[in-house]
Design a protein around this ligand. Structure first.
Ligand code: IMP
Length: 429
């Protein structure tokens, strides 16, 4: 038996979809444990591009079992659409996907509340998928779980209670009657659709672990969007860090073997909030256009900047990352020098650690180390010793600064555009 958690080490969009697809070859089960359809995991499979939002990327590999676990907030209508889309492209989902009865739902009123908040001065640049309001209900103990959705009388009663509770805000944007119609329009069909998918997922996982199966936990978003360790309040409302896989899937901490952090060779972020190494000028535009840095869920242009080792040290620490997968190294080809932020300066002091204060996060000045650039071409190289020396030196520098070894380098969306460094890693395909 082996278990692996794959997490985003920066602000999300590091390229987890491809890495999970690659390593998922050795997995029997692939599990999503937090987030919702705010995620967009892009995978190229059989020459076709798939963007998965709620279903684990492992679904594209025949025979693998996939679990949407309790820590996810799921939008039933969007999930049905995603299942039907995959099936229309020849991917079998039924019999291979289990959805936790414990998972909380995103309902239409959550999306209206999200959009309403985003229209005001407290805006943080969310995906407007209703994630924050759904998690708020969960911890506020007014959430509705998939198990409740399967009980028609109870579901109606809980929705009505929540609509009444939220009426003062909701009625500023939509009438409760219109919202009731929207919520119940496809309810019966949706409930029947989900019947075969609903499962006791902790029990399934316990069985899998007892049978010594390989289980891969697929994180969404990234450590700097974590509600505890990220750039609060400019974060998502769940815990993308590795520790959340245990609570979010219902397995004990002793079941976890390894944590792989996926990290981009530079930094990107979508949405508002602090970003110390952001490049707003020509260089930022260059990274965005060469790296095709546009959000997979919302299509928004991503903000781009240099690699931030302060962020990475924080991320390695709070995730317990044992190995890194470095993505998009090829995008830096020809950039000279390449800058890496090694510390921050704040109020006359040098900071080596990521600060908790929102004021400091917004005001720190990056301290850069300039490294020589590498001239191409690096794309297409599949062996570490074939990389230009300056590219290898850049990778070694990032490892040393971050505090975790790089096991893989990815330089393109397809599986073969990868350098496998750590052949002893048991998930190496
Ligand atoms: P929410 O998760 O939609 O509430 O958005 C909160 C913040 O997280 C915003 O800055 C979003 O842009 C960001 N975010 C949410 N999901 C993702 C993702 O999958 N990749 C990158 N950023 C994300």
């Amino acid at each position: 038996m082996a278990t692996l958690i794959v997490v985003g080490a920066q602000w999300g969009d590091e390229g987890k979809g491809k890495i999970v697809h690659l390593l998922g070859k050795k997995a029997d089960y692939i599990v999503r444990y937090q987030g919702g359809n705010n995620a967009g995991h892009t995978v190229v499979f059989d020459g076709k591009t798939f963007v998965l939002h709620q279903i684990p990327s492992g679904i594209l590999q025949p025979g693998k079992k996939c679990i949407i676990a309790n820590g996810v907030v799921l939008d039933p209508a969007a999930l049905k659409e995603e299942i039907l889309f995959l099936e229309s492209r020849g991917i079998r989902v039924r019999g291979r996907l289990a959805v936790s009865a414990w998972a909380h739902l995103i309902l239409p009123y959550h999306k209206y509340l999200d959009a309403h908040r985003e229209a005001g001065s407290d805006k943080i640049g969310t995906t407007k998928k209703g994630i924050g309001p759904a998690y708020s209900d969960k911890v506020g103990r007014t959430g509705i779980r998939l198990a409740d959705f399967m009980e028609p009388d109870l579901f109606r009663e809980l929705v009505e209670r929540n609509l009444q509770e939220k009426a003062p805000v909701l009625e500023q944007v939509i009438s409760l009657d219109a919202l009731r119609r929207e919520t119940f329009k496809d309810y019966d069909a949706l409930r029947k659709f989900f019947e075969p998918f609903v499962a006791n997922t902790p029990a399934l996982l316990q069985e899998a672990l007892a049978a010594k199966k390989n289980v891969l936990f697929e994180g969404a978003q990234g450590a700097l969007l974590d509600v505890d360790f990220g750039t609060y309040p400019f974060v998502t409302s769940s815990n993308p860090v590795a520790g959340a896989a245990c609570v979010g899937a219902g397995v004990g901490p002793g079941a976890i073997d390894e944590v792989l952090g996926v990290v981009k060779a530079y930094t990107t972020r979508v949405g508002d909030g602090p970003f110390p190494t952001e490049l707003t000028g020509e260089m930022g535009e260059f990274l965005r256009s060469r790296g095709q840095e546009f959000g997979a869920t919302t299509g928004r242009p991503r903000r781009c900047g240099w690699f931030d080792a302060v962020v990475m040290r924080h991320s390695v620490r709070v995730n317990g990352i044992t190995r890194l997968a470095l993505t998009k190294l090829d995008i830096l080809e020809g950039v000279d020098p390449i800058r890496v932020c090694v510390a921050y300066r704040y109020k006359g002091k040098l900071l080596k650690d990521f600060p908790a204060s929102r004021q400091a996060q917004a005001a720190v000045a990056p301290v850069y180390k300039d490294l020589p650039g590498f001239t191409g071409p690096v794309k297409g190289i599949t062996q570490l010793n074939k990389l230009p020396v300056a590219a290898r030196d850049y990778v070694r520098f990032l490892e040393k600064q971050s505090g975790a070894p790089v096991g893989f380098i990815s330089m393109g969306r397809s599986r073969d555009e990868t350098i496998l460094i750590d052949k002893r890693f048991r998930w190496t395909p």
